[in-house]
Structures are given as C-alpha cells and as structure tokens.
Design a protein around this ligand. Sequence first.
Ligand SMILES: *[C@@H]1O[C@H](CO)[C@@H](O)[C@H](O)[C@H]1NC(C)=O
Ligand SMILES: *[C@@H]1O[C@H](CO)[C@@H](O)[C@H](O)[C@H]1NC(C)=O
Ligand SMILES: *[C@@H]1O[C@H](CO)[C@@H](O)[C@H](O)[C@H]1NC(C)=O
Ligand SMILES: *[C@@H]1O[C@H](CO)[C@@H](O)[C@H](O)[C@H]1NC(C)=O
Ligand SMILES: *[C@@H]1O[C@H](CO)[C@@H](O)[C@H](O)[C@H]1NC(C)=O
Ligand SMILES: *[C@@H]1O[C@H](CO)[C@@H](O)[C@H](O)[C@H]1NC(C)=O
Ligand SMILES: *[C@@H]1O[C@H](CO)[C@@H](O)[C@H](O)[C@H]1NC(C)=O
Ligand SMILES: *[C@@H]1O[C@H](CO)[C@@H](O)[C@H](O)[C@H]1NC(C)=O
Ligand SMILES: *[C@@H]1O[C@H](CO)[C@@H](O)[C@H](O)[C@H]1NC(C)=O
Ligand SMILES: *[C@@H]1O[C@H](CO)[C@@H](O)[C@H](O)[C@H]1NC(C)=O
Ligand SMILES: [Ca+2]
Length: 562
Amino acid sequence: MRSTILLSSLAAALPTALADCSHDYFASILPDNATLLFVDTVSENGTFHVSPGNIAYPKSPTNLPAACALQVNVTSSPTSAFSFGLFLPDTKTYNNRILGVGNGGFAGGVNWLDMAAGLHYGFASWSTDTGHNSTSGDLSWALDAPETQADWGYRAIHGSALMARQVAEAYYEDEAKYAYFSGCSTGGRQAIREVQLHPETFDGVLAGAPAWWTDHLQLWSLRVGILNAGTNSSSRIPPALFEAIGKEVLAQCDWQDGLKDNIISDTFGCRFVPEALLCSCDAELKNQTAAGCLTPPQLETLKQIYSAWHEADNTFVFPGLELGSEAQWGFLIGQPQPSTYGTDYAADFVLSNPDWDYTTFNASVLALADQTRPGNASATDYDLSPFHARGGKLMHHHGTADGLIPTGSSVYFHSQVQQALAGKNVSVDDFYRFFVVPGMQHCMGTPDSVRAPWYFAGPNQAGALGNGSYGVPGFRDAAHDELLALMAWVEEGTAPETLVATEWEDEATRETVLRQRPICKWPMQARYVGEGSPDEPGNWKCEGIHGEHQPGATYGAEKVLA
Ligand SMILES: *[C@@H]1O[C@H](CO)[C@@H](O)[C@H](O)[C@H]1NC(C)=O
Ligand SMILES: *[C@@H]1O[C@H](CO)[C@@H](O)[C@H](O)[C@H]1NC(C)=O
Ligand SMILES: *[C@@H]1O[C@H](CO)[C@@H](O)[C@H](O)[C@H]1NC(C)=O
Ligand SMILES: *[C@@H]1O[C@H](CO)[C@@H](O)[C@H](O)[C@H]1NC(C)=O
Ligand SMILES: *[C@@H]1O[C@H](CO)[C@@H](O)[C@H](O)[C@H]1NC(C)=O
Ligand SMILES: *[C@@H]1O[C@H](CO)[C@@H](O)[C@H](O)[C@H]1NC(C)=O
Ligand SMILES: *[C@@H]1O[C@H](CO)[C@@H](O)[C@H](O)[C@H]1NC(C)=O
Ligand SMILES: *[C@@H]1O[C@H](CO)[C@@H](O)[C@H](O)[C@H]1NC(C)=O
Ligand SMILES: *[C@@H]1O[C@H](CO)[C@@H](O)[C@H](O)[C@H]1NC(C)=O
Ligand SMILES: *[C@@H]1O[C@H](CO)[C@@H](O)[C@H](O)[C@H]1NC(C)=O
Ligand SMILES: [Ca+2]
C-alpha cells in the first residue's frame, strides 16, 4: 500500500520504517510531486561521495557520523523543479532536530559539506539545489525563467524545509522538536526571506552576511565594478595598489579604537583621511606600485568605493564597502570588467537581454528591478513581528572586512527592522540580535595582516576548516559556538549577549589558540579593559558604541547614474 508523508498518523501506518534507509521505503512515503533520486548509507567515520555533477558543491565531506543520505526531486511548477539532499543521522545520534543549510551566490547544487557539519551535532540536515544546476557566478539559467528564479528566490527553501522535515519525522517515527536554518551570504538571505514569508517554518535562524537586498546588492556590485573597470582609465586603481590602501586604512583606524593590535574594532567610528594616500612626488608617480600611492583621479575612485550609493533624487540605494575590506576587493573591483554578479544579474534577471552592454548601465535598470522584484528574492519585508509572535529567534552577523557584501547593508537592515517594529509593542532585542565581527571577511576568514578571531561555527565556517571538523574544536559550548547559542536562546531562553570568536595559530591543525575575543551585540563594540593579554577574551568588555559613518557616508562628491 502506498502511503504518503502527507497522510495523517503516518508513523502508525509505517511501523517498520525506523532507520529503514532503503530506496523502497523513501519512495513509498514521498508525495506525488516528489521523486527519489538516490539513497545511500554513510558508515561511521566515512565519506559521503558527492556526485561530480554537483559543480556548485563538489567537495565530499569526510569523517562523518553514521547516516542515511538521500536526495529528492520536487516539482515546483509545470516548468520547474528543485531538489534537496538530506542526511539522517543514526537513531542513536539523532538530536530530534532539523537543520537546513544555505547556499552561496547563485550556486545551484546541494551543499553536502555544510550539511555534514550539522550532522555532527545530531541534526537531520538538509540543503537544496535551489532549482538549478550552476556554479555561483553563472547566472545564465535565470534568463527568461521566472519559475526557476522563484525557486532560487524563496520557493526551494520553503518546499525543502517542509518536505525534509516530513521525511525525517516519518523515518524516525517521531516529531522533530525544533527546526533551524543556518546560512551565509545568499544563505543569510534565504534565512531572512523564509522568516518573512513563512515565519512558522523555523524556530531559529542564523543569517551571516546576508545578501538580503538582492536587486540593490547585485546592481551595486555592477556599479562598483564599473567604477574601477577598464584597463586604461586614469581613474582606475590597479589591484596591485589594494594592499597599500589596506595598510593605510589599518595605520589610521587601528589605534582609533584604543588599542593598536592590527584589528579595527570600530570601522564605523574611524575617521579616515584618504588624502594620505596621494603620491607626493614624481618619483612616486613613476612607480606607484612601489610607492603604494594614488593619483588624484584614483583617489576620487577610492572615495566612491567607500561611499554609499544614492540616486539622483537622493534616495539611498546601497552602502559602500567598509574600511578594512581591501584585502577582499579583487573579485568585485580588481578585474578589468565588473563581475557577473552584477552584469548578468542585470542582463538575465532584470532586462532579459543576454546581449546587454553593461557600459550602458543607468538608473532605469534599478527602477525596473525594484518594480519587478525578480524571483521575489529581496528580503525587504522589515516587519518581522509575525516571527517574533511565533517565538522565533534570529541571530545575524557580518564581518567588517567583507569585500563582497558591504557590512553597512546589515546595519541598514537591522535599523529598518527596528523602524518597522516601532510602535508595535515588540522589543527587537527579544528575538533578533545582530553582531558585527571586526576583521572577518565574507562569512569567514581574516587577512593575514590582521588575524582577527573570526571562527564561531557560523554558517559555512566548519566546512571551510575541513577534515570533518564541526562546532568550535576545544570549545563546544554556547559561549563560543553560534549554533549552540541559537539553540540555547530558542530552547532555554538564554539570549546571547556576546559570542567569543576564536583564531588558531594554525587553522589547519587548530592545536593552539592564537587569540579569542568577544564579539558584541550591536550597537556595542568590544573594548580592551587595559590590562592582561588582549588575546584573552576575559580582558575585553562590550561597552563601547560603534560609530556610525555607515550607511550613508559620502566621501567627496558622489557620482550619480545618468
Ligand atoms: C571512528 O573514529 C573514532 C575517533 O577516531 C573512533 O573512536 C571510532 O572507533 C571510529 N569508529 C569506527 C567504526 O571506525
Ligand atoms: C550540471 O551541469 C554540468 C555542465 O555544466 C554537468 O556536467 C553536470 O552533470 C550537471 N549536474 C547535474 C546535477 O545535472
Ligand atoms: C525533476 O523533476 C522534473 C519534473 O518536475 C524533471 O523535469 C527533472 O528531470 C527531474 N530531475 C531529475 C534530476 O530527475
Ligand atoms: C508537494 O505536494 C504536497 C502535497 O500536495 C504539497 O503540500 C507541497 O506544497 C508540494 N510542494 C511543492 C514544492 O509544490
Ligand atoms: C590609453 O590612454 C592613453 C591616454 O589616455 C592613450 O594615449 C592610449 O592610446 C590608450 N591606450 C589604449 C590601448 O587605449
Ligand atoms: C615598480 O615597483 C615594483 C615593486 O617594487 C617592481 O616590481 C616593478 O618592477 C617596478 N616597475 C617599474 C616599471 O619599475
Ligand atoms: C538606460 O538603460 C536602458 C536599459 O538598458 C535603456 O533602454 C535606455 O535607453 C537607457 N537610457 C539612457 C538615457 O541611456
Ligand atoms: C512575493 O512576496 C510578497 C511578500 O514579500 C508576497 O506578498 C507576494 O505574494 C509574493 N509574490 C509571489 C509571486 O510569490
Ligand atoms: C505589550 O507586550 C507585553 C508583553 O510583551 C504585554 O504584556 C502587553 O500587554 C502588551 N501591550 C499592548 C498594549 O499590547
Ligand atoms: C587536515 O588535517 C591535516 C593534518 O592535520 C592538515 O595537514 C590539513 O591541512 C587539513 N586540511 C584542511 C582542509 O584543513
Ligand atoms: Ca585596534
């Protein structure tokens, strides 16, 4: 007898289902709009071999707990489908909770590596391919494909979250106690978008460096790319000079937070004088790379890069890149052409014109994107009170050295939520906390010259460490591990005031801790207490308030699109 997971009293109907990791079992419980792609078992300490066809996430996770692995294909419209992968831990290690993990950029593939980190905690862990097959920077799938755009925008996350939970509950014959989601970048957007559209789905979400304002973010990346494009323009800053710019920013901003330690604890409060970078004599101009200096037209470009984008009527469009993010500028502004994140977003999502010439970019493209909202992806519904009402918790973080998504965009989102909830008798602090991470790059990592503590088991982070690591090795507690902190908030009501971030001497072996430091709940910043080692978290307090040059800062006159 065929039964589906949508029938009630399913557990009773399938008494032999427990830990039945077989094709027949899963095929028998899926609803009509879903088909099973494969089932596999992973033995203890084993490897899950990712199919080479998964070009977005080809890396196979190793050192896994025993689990059942499967992938399900779901029809989402007459012309579209998405799939999701699911790791179901052994019944002995299952923690009765579900964890979804997010994607990056425009990647279309199941993110088995990040699912693996969740599996280690005992979660039934899932990830969706978001409805297409591509690497992160390939956006061609979106051309004239509104249904596939909608899968990417919100539908695949929602459908996968519901169906993965139903499959897990059937498999274990037990209701899951809690459902979580952890994502960074596009994954951070996925977290927030689901909270906005379907507040019931998740009890708690982690949103790292969210790419939440899709239309504005992608067109900003086009704009900033154009600012520094070409190979022969006198205003172009060659990538070889980014390091010198970063050094000057560090020299000026590091000590302004009260401690010279190579880490800018308050980039928003730094008074930066870019003119210090001007070449001072002919000899310097003859070899700018050696001198590490800029010409006046290059200085104007630099000011634009750090400045917020406003449009002609002075409406705010998007913040600029943050001081201290220079080491990660190569991707967006180091190439002769803007990245495909900008050019192909405009061409494939907004204009439906693959032959569009990006040098003709003007404000009408932004206006059209605002009007059509491709894929309904932009997470601009700032009233999160329904999520608050259902008891949901949101932890949001963003690194200040992020060279892909401006930190200021997260500050802006937080302030928009505060404004939307004003007068609604909802305290934002009760359910939504935002953490700025000094010196962390996009989702993870820190420049070699900075070595800021950045690791707290946030979304994507364990996968980056590799070797089957998960959580914070040596510090498996809610004070150091963001996912455990979220669980403590959701399940025990212990709200996270700070999170201790860790940096090891050698990230590959993680044997010796280099430094740990608290990261503080916005708008607080960590301040060194003045004695003891600055590498010990106990010698820091969350007591300063971040400065506020962002968003909306303007260095010099702004260029406005025609
Ligand atoms: C898996 O690895 C752990 C830690 O190295 C070890 O204790 C355990 O015996 C291993 N299990 C199997 C089945 O090899
Ligand atoms: C994704 O597309 C590539 C070609 O770009 C192909 O080699 C691969 O098999 C496809 N993967 C899936 C899962 O369809
Ligand atoms: C998933 O289902 C759709 C139909 O909704 C089908 O076109 C597609 O080929 C299926 N994908 C795979 C990998 O079987
Ligand atoms: C799949 O079908 C089930 C049962 O009809 C429905 O609840 C679910 O929303 C469908 N999923 C998608 C993505 O359409
Ligand atoms: C680059 O610009 C200079 C001065 O503006 C000009 O003389 C030269 O021909 C240009 N080179 C190319 C390849 O366009
Ligand atoms: C400029 O200086 C750099 C770094 O010192 C050196 O590698 C390069 O060869 C110099 N270029 C010229 C044209 O002298
Ligand atoms: C602005 O861009 C749009 C879309 O590419 C184009 O149709 C329009 O002609 C442009 N307007 C101007 C004034 O260049
Ligand atoms: C897009 O999202 C909004 C909420 O932001 C919702 O009201 C609307 O129905 C959605 N549109 C589609 C086509 O899903
Ligand atoms: C405001 O919320 C509190 C609980 O958070 C509740 O006790 C109080 O009745 C609410 N006031 C109004 C006017 O709704
Ligand atoms: C895995 O561990 C080995 C030995 O400790 C180390 O050399 C290697 O760099 C690690 N790999 C990653 C990706 O961390
Ligand atoms: Ca400092």
